[in-house]
Design a protein around this ligand. Structure first.
Ligand SMILES: O=C(O)CCC(=O)C(=O)O
Ligand SMILES: [Fe+2]
Length: 443
């Protein structure tokens, strides 16, 4: 492999590719390959174009975008260049789909989402080494390069308060606020016991959802709607009506409803915004709002959610989403509700205690036009569905909002809908008409 400046080098690679076996295999196959090659070529051109911006990297990145000749190297130790061979260990290795390069450049994909989302299915796509180098490389491809968040100085940061006006002001200014005594001791006890028992039961039944690093000590309990009346009751809490409609507009939906137990030995979650998966990564509006209910006293030590206060506004994003240095922990006594909007950079904190859990309930609301995280219509048990209050049904999407969510063309607003016993099927001839009528009579 000869070192070469790639402005022309990638053309050579692509021509070589055209003569490979796959290219000779007839119409459709050839067409697909041509498209793929074009994406790699476009990716290389874009990287070359943005190369001068990459000087602050001061590092070497090995980059695999699927070229036939293997990875290229972005050598930004001095003036950034692209080379085919390198005389040192790269600081970071990155394998990324070439089409993502174009999406980054067009501002359609946020690097902290785009670089990691395929890792769920193929761990070889995860950057290796100094993660910051891969992230900033991708940032420099974007139209606007974000800056690392800084905690605001000289301003009083949010602390738990019963003054809801203050909470709203804190959410606007810092992206989050803390409601003190949102739950009384009876509610805390009931919900904590329900979460603990549910967590234990799911673990014993072998259906627990675990995360938080190699030992996966943390436990998520999803779809709380199916898991007890206590969780339905919490959805009737007046705080929801105080904050959700004002911040997310009418008809906001419950995006997901879960508990998260952070346990000792966990690795902090990746820093993220709660709308990072909504692409393109718009920063001008928040789509979601989380209400996190503290079921125990929450401190920095036992895994309080790590936050960059004020990181909900401006073009900010952490240089390394796996590094929580410089974050604050959202702390408060049991019964506190942490309310935070979806642009805020945050993560589950490390539980640094030797024993003791950090159980919280996460009620995650979204504006009514965004697809819900949980597909309630498929996951809610029919017998639970039958017991849901109108309020709960509405929050879960069983009610039309604007022209959305209707059944068989219902577009009026605020109509409760339900599964049709006999949805209208195809009509082709009179014989089938008779069948449909018979079906109706039978049901
Ligand atoms: O558990 C926490 O502290 C935060 C969880 C979180 O950020 C999330 O589920 O998106
Ligand atoms: Fe989150």
């Amino acid at each position: 492999m000869a070192p070469e400046a790639t402005t022309n080098g990638h053309d050579v690679t692509l021509e070589k590719g055209q003569t490979n076996g796959a290219g000779k295999k007839g119409g459709i196959r050839t067409l697909q390959n041509a498209t793929k090659k074009d994406q790699r070529s476009v990716a290389l051109s874009l990287i070359e174009e943005k190369l001068p911006k990459m000087a602050p990297l001061k590092a070497v990145l090995s980059l695999d975008i699927g070229l036939d000749d293997g990875p290229i190297y972005i050598d930004a130790r001095n003036e950034p260049t692209i080379v085919r061979e390198i005389d040192c260990e790269p600081n970071c290795s990155l394998k990324v789909k070439p089409e993502y390069i174009q999406l980054f450049a067009e501002g359609k994909l946020e690097p902290r989402y785009g670089l990691f989302k395929d890792g769920f299915f193929d761990h070889t796509t995860l950057p290796k080494g100094e993660i910051k180098v891969a992230v900033k490389f991708a940032d420099y491809l974007c139209p606007n390069v974000p800056v690392h968040p800084q905690i605001p100085t000289g301003r009083k940061l949010p602390s738990p308060t019963e003054d809801l006006d203050q909470v709203m002001a804190d959410i606007h200014e810092f992206g989050y606020g803390l409601v003190k005594n949102a739950m009384d001791s009876e509610q805390i006890k009931t919900l904590r016991s329900a979460v603990e028992q549910q967590g234990r039961g799911e673990a014993e039944a072998g259906v627990a959802k675990k995360d938080g690093g190699p030992h996966a000590p943390n436990q998520r309990i999803w779809t709380l709607i199916n898991k007890g009346q206590e969780f339905h009751d919490l959805l009737e809490h007046p705080l929801i009506d105080e904050v959700v409609p004002e911040l997310l507009g009418e008809h906001a939906l419950l995006h997901s409803y879960s508990a998260n137990i952070a346990r000792p030995g966990n690795v902090p979650m990746m820093l993220h915004t709660d709308q990072v998966a909504i692409q393109p990564p718009l920063r001008s509006i928040f789509y979601g709002l989380n209400i996190m209910w503290f079921l125990t006293d929450i401190t920095r030590e036992n895994g309080g959610t790590r936050i960059f206060p004020g990181s909900h506004v401006g073009h900010v994003a952490p240089d390394d989403p796996f590094n929580i240095d410089g974050t604050l922990a959202a702390e408060g006594p049991a019964g506190t509700a942490l309310v935070f909007e979806s642009r805020l950079w945050h993560a589950t904190g490390p539980n640094e205690m030797t024993s003791g859990e950090r159980p919280v309930i996460l009620m995650f609301f979204m504006r009514s036009f965004i697809r819900q995280q949980e597909n309630n219509f498929l996951s809610i048990k029919p017998e639970v569905e039958a017991t849901m209050s109108d309020k709960v049904r509405k929050l879960l999407g069983y009610c039309t909002t604007g022209a959305l969510g209707g059944v068989e063309g219902e577009v009026r607003e605020g109509i409760f809908v339900e599964r049709l016993k006999n949805p209208v099927g195809p009509f082709r001839d009179t014989h089938k008409h008779t069948h449909y009528r018979q079906g109706l009579q039978a049901s």
